[in-house]
Write a protein that binds this ligand. Structure first.
Ligand code: DAH
Length: 347
């Protein structure tokens, strides 16, 4: 008995389908799967060839064969999609495996930074004076001539202006040469009694060498009250130095000239290296000059509207940069602002 044409076509479709499904199942990669797709389902692919023979069929047979063809196509497409998802999940698993990190491990090699030695000393001194009832004030680095000089009893033609080489700016402004102008700003802002310190950066138009910088740090201090005497000044200075050097220090006062104090002093400490016996650091004198200070000049009080008959005070100017150098044994001031990490990492 002659087999019906449609049965032959259906058998061939079925064979091709089985073959394609086997090859898809065995394909080692998505590229290989795609190659099977083109061969089986492409416009010139194996299944497409069958549709050509459909003309020979009766409508009934054609419907049957068409159904078989569509079913085969669908099955193959589904098989391809399954393989695609399979390949993707394998790739994803490999990626997750490769990128896996243990979030519970401690971070490797973190190197925390540290505060600059000058900042460390500054903060220590701020804490100390805050505990003694002082306020910490800030002032501008670009100052008026009035605050930097005139209000501190240094009028324009005063020879003391030459004591500090100044960076002048336009319009009578300047880079402050010391933190003393913050005294003036403090007196302007607050009425006595007044206790303040003012740490900050100051500038001098100087030749730079191992002991001179154009930029360095000072810490100004001022106390105004009734009946303030040199004894008060000495008391606070001793507390300050004992705290900074963490031991008892012996101090002495010598007369020193600064237009904004009267009397003015240079405060020396017993050399901490040789204990006063004499060494190269103290140039064999046993004493190291540390900090200028004095009782606030009546003119300075008056210029800021404070009656010197009613009020008096002391003031001091501590070289923070120099103090840091002494405490840590730094012999070249330029290192402090060099930004050299090999130097900074030591603190
Ligand atoms: N401002 C002075 C300077 O930089 C230092 C100074 C001296 C400050 C005596 C004071 C003081 O408060 O009383 O050279």
């Amino acid at each position: 008995m002659e087999r019906r044409v449609s049965t032959v076509i259906s058998d061939n479709i079925s064979r091709l389908r089985t073959e394609a499904l086997e090859r898809i199942a065995a394909a080692p990669s998505m590229e290989a799967v795609d190659a099977v797709r083109v061969e089986a389902l492409g416009r010139k692919g194996a299944l497409a060839q069958f549709s050509k023979d459909f003309g020979k069929l009766t409508p009934e047979e054609r419907a049957e064969a068409g159904k078989a063809l569509n079913a085969a196509k669908q099955e193959i497409e589904e098989a391809i999609e399954r393989r695609r998802l399979g390949f993707e999940s394998v790739a994803l698993a490999a990626r997750l495996e490769a990128e896996w990190v243990d979030l519970t491990l401690p971070a490797p090699g973190t190197r925390p930074g540290s505060l600059h030695p000058v900042t460390q000393i500054q903060q220590e001194i701020e804490d100390l004076f805050l505990s003694l009832g002082f306020t910490v004030l800030d002032g501008p680095e670009v100052e008026t001539e009035y605050h930097n000089f005139d209000a501190l009893n240094i009028p324009p033609d005063h020879p003391a202006r030459d004591m500090q080489d100044t960076f002048w700016l336009d319009g009578g402004l300047l880079l402050r040469t010391h933190t003393s102008p913050v005294q003036v700003r403090g007196m302007e802002q607050f009425r006595p009694p007044l206790r303040m310190i003012a740490p900050g950066r100051v500038f001098r138009n100087e030749e730079v060498d191992a002991s001179h910088e154009h930029t360095f740090y000072q810490l100004e201090g001022m106390m105004i009250d009734r009946d303030v005497s040199v004894a008060h000044l000495l008391y606070f200075m001793k507390i300050l130095l004992t705290s900074v050097f963490r031991r008892e220090v012996t101090v002495r006062l010598r007369p020193g000239y600064f237009p904004f104090v009267e009397p003015g002093f240079e405060l020396d400490i017993h050399c901490l290296i040789c204990g006063g016996a004499g060494c190269p650091v103290c140039k064999q004198s046993g004493w190291v000059e540390l900090l200028p200070c004095g009782l606030v000049h009546p003119n300075v009080l008056r210029l800021s509207g404070i009656d010197p008959e009613q009020w008096g005070g002391f003031a001091f100017g501590l070289g923070l940069t120099r103090l840091a150098m002494m405490r840590y044994g730094i012999d070249d001031i330029r290192l402090l602002q060099s930004g050299d990490l090999r130097f900074l990492k030591q603190f």
